[in-house]
Design a protein. Structure first.
Length: 206
């Protein structure tokens, strides 16, 4: 018997307010797709899925400077905060996804935009945008996320990513072509690099 994945637990556990809030995010539409198309609730990626539900929750946790435990506690005590949290994070999530070349492909290269480290790096940008707005006493400037479109998001082998330190270029013995792999644990570094692209001052935690 297979145990349910973390994503399945999140999806089916309607007793927790954060799980119910996640379902509201799945109803959002980005370009021609809803998040139901882009996010896997089973924990396994299928055709057209970019991320799993647990990764969506991780994105929202980073952007909101919270954790699942804290958010559940907050929403249990103050149910009306669900609307505030949703309205704060909705433009962050849709802005990041709208800047991705979803549906486009480069058959010779591996895309960057579907990598979890890139997704989490974008979450750090969103957190920085929120904190910058709070410190200035202004609304978050989500238009800054549009600058992410200038990046080589269809090609993780592009020199921009290796120079940024988020992708390793490995020349293995006897191999004609180098190998490329994501730098493990580089989410915050990715966030700093993306903040620079967006013209946003990085939040203190990165």
């Amino acid at each position: 018997m297979c145990l349910p994945t973390t994503s399945q637990n999140l999806y089916f556990d309607s007793s927790k307010p954060y799980s119910r809030l996640l379902r509201r995010f799945l109803d959002l539409k980005v370009n021609e797709s809803t998040l139901w198309d882009l996010i896997s609730v089973s924990g396994k990626l299928a055709d057209n899925n970019l991320f799993i539900l647990k990764q969506l929750q991780d994105f929202l946790n980073i952007a909101s400077a919270s954790t699942a435990v804290k958010t559940n506690a907050l929403l249990t005590k103050n149910p009306e905060m669900a609307d505030q949290l949703f309205n704060m994070l909705k433009p962050a999530l849709t802005g990041v996804l709208s800047a991705m070349p979803i549906g486009e492909s480069d058959p010779e290269n591996d895309p960057m935009y579907s990598k979890a480290i890139y997704f989490y790096g974008c979450a750090w940008v969103c957190r920085s945008i929120i904190e910058e707005g709070m410190s200035n006493g202004t609304a978050p400037d989500w238009t800054a996320l549009e600058r992410l479109k200038t990046l080589p998001l269809l090609n993780m082998k592009d020199s921009w990513w290796t120079q940024a330190g988020v992708v390793q270029k490995l020349q293995l013995d006897n191999a004609k072509e180098p190998k490329y792999r994501m730098q493990k644990g580089s989410e915050k570094l990715m966030g700093r690099r993306l903040c620079k692209v967006c013209g946003i001052y990085p939040c203190d935690e990165i």
